[in-house]
Ligand binder design. Structure first.
Ligand SMILES: [Zn+2]
Length: 309
């Protein structure tokens, strides 16, 4: 079935997010983020007692874990409340990230002060942001932990804290924002579509031709283009998302996967995937065509089906 190129064949969220669902999602996610912040700040003081190597290994795990867990919790909660509006989800995620980040500083300040001043409560600190800021600035002058007998203070410590904040807030906001943007929702069934990542891998050199065929939703590329193994670099990664109930809301996304630029500098393995076709809507016949192509492919694997076009 061919569609005129100018016709809208890309999936878009309806933008639905009922005010009640937004409030429930916000309150639930804030509670989760608050708990994550408290746990993070409570574990943090133990890090400085560790040997330097263990400290270096654990710090990214802890910082990434805090931001990542907050992000995944927000994602599950906005999906549970069926918020299919990326801007609303970003707004919710920003508020949750700020609450959890603030909670971590409050808990950190509480743990630092309550030994000397047992009368002080978490509530006293939380309700006085100005006092908290002054306390943080005072600790910044003194330093808070030692690395190799060096105690970062002043600008150096502000840079470390800023990097920490960027990772935490980036993950807490970025994970829900990209997940909701990239997950189609079936309005007919009120269900999120289920992804099948990398249902198919294709030769990256044929990218231009496949993209121009798909502009008119021509699935002929299945018959004429070269399938490659899923560890080939570069390659085209074809992802499918389908409504688990009616099978009528489906999308196809194609990424070009290449070696991560980080590899050159840090010698780490890893790939980077950039979408070249995003959420092209498919009907059930088109999904069947892809699925039957893939099942024939796996039946014939090793029988020379990987013909060049
Ligand atoms: Zn459906």
């Amino acid at each position: 079935m061919n569609y005129p190129a100018e016709q809208n064949v890309q999936y878009r969220h309806s933008g639905d997010a009922s005010p009640i669902a937004v409030v429930i999602a916000l309150l639930t996610a804030m509670a989760a983020g608050f708990a994550a912040g408290v746990v993070y700040a409570s574990v943090d003081p133990f890090l400085s007692d560790l040997p330097f190597r263990a400290f270096l290994l654990l710090l990214p795990v802890l910082v990434g874990g805090f931001g990542g867990l907050t992000g995944f919790a927000t994602t599950s909660i906005v999906k549970w409340q069926k918020l299919r509006n990326t801007s609303v989800v970003i707004a919710v995620a920003v508020l949750v990230a700020l609450v959890s980040y603030y909670a971590s500083w409050v808990m950190w300040a509480y743990l630092k002060t309550h030994r000397n001043d047992p009368a002080i409560t978490v509530g006293d600190i939380a309700s006085n942001p100005q006092g908290l800021a002054q306390f943080i600035a005072a600790v910044n002058k003194e330093g808070t932990w030692d690395i190799f007998d060096l105690t970062p203070t002043g600008s150096a410590l502000w840079i470390i804290w800023s990097a920490e904040a960027a990772v935490i807030l980036g993950l807490a906001i970025g994970i829900p924002a990209t997940h909701i943007r990239d997950t189609p929702f079936c309005e007919r069934c009120a269900e999120w579509c289920r992804p099948t990542p990398e249902i198919l891998s294709l030769d990256a050199s044929e990218r231009e031709e496949i993209m121009s065929l798909l502009k008119t939703k021509d699935l002929a590329f299945l018959d004429s283009h070269r399938v490659v193994s899923s560890d080939t670099i570069p390659r085209l990664r074809v992802d499918l998302s389908e409504c688990p109930k009616c099978g009528l809301t489906n999308t196809l996304t194609i990424f070009v996967v290449y070696e991560s630029p980080l590899k050159k500098f840090f010698n780490v393995s890893g790939t980077k995937a950039t979408p070249v076709i995003r959420q092209l809507l498919l009907d059930s016949a088109e999904v069947d065509r892809i699925r039957s192509f893939v099942s024939v492919l796996s039946e014939n694997s090793g029988e020379g089906n990987e013909e060049p076009s």
